[in-house]
Ligand binder design. Structure first.
Ligand SMILES: *Cc1c(COP(=O)(O)O)cnc(C)c1O
Length: 418
């Protein structure tokens, strides 16, 4: 039997059990939890076993401040070689002139981009948080909202789509120093060329916030922002199945500024084991198997959006071009919070989500958001997604919810053990 899920059959190594039995037990229970439920949280995935092996390898101990060939520490020749592999693979995979693989997360990658291009107080035009922009696009609880002056564009109330005419109008009125294109729950492709045109009209930088869609771009399933954006912010976890981390892609012109904004401006020594894990993930993302998995994820998301729509929920934008589905569940008489609870009780792990123009309080919301990356990586295909759609509807409506729950557990076990 091929074990495809890193969590399944996971047993705490003896060194951990003897040093910290309490934590070993906790991790063992988490492995069981993951193998008995289906992971549909939009940003989650099943990290590839090869990546996990690299993460646990000897580079975990290496201090390597700086960049290959320009380190502040001795003994870095092999760390340099590993980082160069990651950088070259990223540049090839995304056809970018320059890649920086050191950001610890997509949020710290955003911090570095702002640091490279902006000064405190500058105006930035980005997708508003209420309509799916990330915290790093102007939340007052985040450095972005504290240090920059954010103006938000939204999506149409009926269409759910970004309206470039609105973006252009706001850009002309507010003259932003940078425009950020992209969000955490937008299920459609963005018109990168259209954003570029607007950025050029007002002489602004264009930043692609592409963490959610990095894997789609790698697989050629979604159009790449790289030729259009001054800097593209990508994530190596999520659809890419690599280590939790950020990745910056840019042209030669901004390369040096971006590198200095990561180290030494906003980070110290990179986690070289994560850099090694990124190298592995970036190699795997270039394979035909990766492309097939991403296409399964998108087809699966379309199928789930269809099932939700047929059951009376309202998939936003009417469907999806990605692995993401966002749906208004209020037509089913549910809040997002209640929908999340019902799904979790049936072993379907997805998240409540505020929808654009949401009348419900933020703690409850009217929507749910799900992603198909993890189950597609575990091999779920057409028939599996059709059944998952039925199970999802049963969990939401409460009709046959108990039997749906036991079926979810069977499906999860079968998927996890390949
Ligand atoms: C996931 C995501 C982030 C945050 O990623 P972290 O690695 O958790 O910081 C930022 N922006 C977008 C668009 C994302 O999808």
């Amino acid at each position: 039997m091929i074990v495809t899920d890193s969590a399944v059959g996971w047993e705490a190594p003896p060194a951990l059990v003897s040093a910290d039995p309490e934590l070993a037990d906790l991790l063992g229970a988490e492995a069981v939890r993951r193998s008995e439920t289906l992971q549909l949280l939009a940003g989650e995935n099943v990290t590839s076993p090869a990546v996990l092996a690299a993460l646990a390898g000897p580079l975990v101990d290496k201090y390597a401040e700086g960049y290959p060939g320009r380190r502040h520490h001795t003994g870095c020749a092999l760390a340099d070689a590993a980082e160069l592999l990651a950088v070259e693979r990223a540049e090839r995979l995304f056809a970018a002139e320059h890649a920086n693989v050191q950001p610890r997360s997509a949020t710290s990658a955003m911090l570095a981009v702002y640091a490279a291009l902006l000064r405190p107080g500058d105006v930035v035009l980005a997708m508003s948080l209420e309509h799916g922009g990330h915290l790093s696009c102007g939340s007052r609880a985040n450095f972005s909202g504290r240090w920059f002056d954010f103006v938000g564009y939204g999506v149409g109330e009926q269409s759910g789509l970004v309206d470039l005419d609105q973006v252009r109008e706001l850009a002309k009125v507010h003259r932003p120093k940078a425009i950020v294109a992209g969000g955490i729950s937008y299920p459609r492709e963005l018109d990168w060329a259209g954003f570029r045109e607007i950025a050029d009209e007002v002489d602004a930088y264009l930043i692609a916030s592409a963490a959610q869609i990095t894997g789609l771009v790698a697989a050629g399933v979604a159009a790449s922002p790289v030729p259009y954006a001054d800097v593209t912010v990508a994530a190596t976890h999520k659809l890419l199945r690599g280590p939790r981390g950020g990745l910056l892609l840019t042209g030669r012109e901004l390369a040096d500024r971006i590198d200095r904004a990561v180290f030494p401006f906003s980070q110290g020594g990179a986690a070289m084991n994560e850099v090694a894990g990124k190298a592995v993930a970036l190699a795997q993302a270039g394979t035909p198997e990766f492309g097939a998995y991403v296409r399964r994820a998108v087809a699966g998301a379309r199928s789930l959006a269809g099932a939700l729509g047929a059951a009376g929920a309202r998939p936003l934008t009417g469907g999806t071009d990605t692995h993401l589905v966002t749906a208004d569940v209020s037509p089913l008489g549910l809040t997002g919070l209640e929908a999340e609870r019902r799904c979790a009780a049936a072993g379907l792990m997805l998240g409540k989500c505020a929808i654009p123009y949401d009348p419900a309080p933020a703690a409850e919301t009217s929507g749910i958001r799900l992603g198909t990356g993890a189950v597609a990586a575990q091999g779920m295909a057409e028939e599996g997604f059709a059944e998952l759609g039925e199970l999802l509807v049963a969990a939401l409506t409460g009709v046959d919810a108990a039997s749906a729950g036991s079926r979810v557990r069977e499906v999860a076990r079968a998927l996890a053990t390949g």
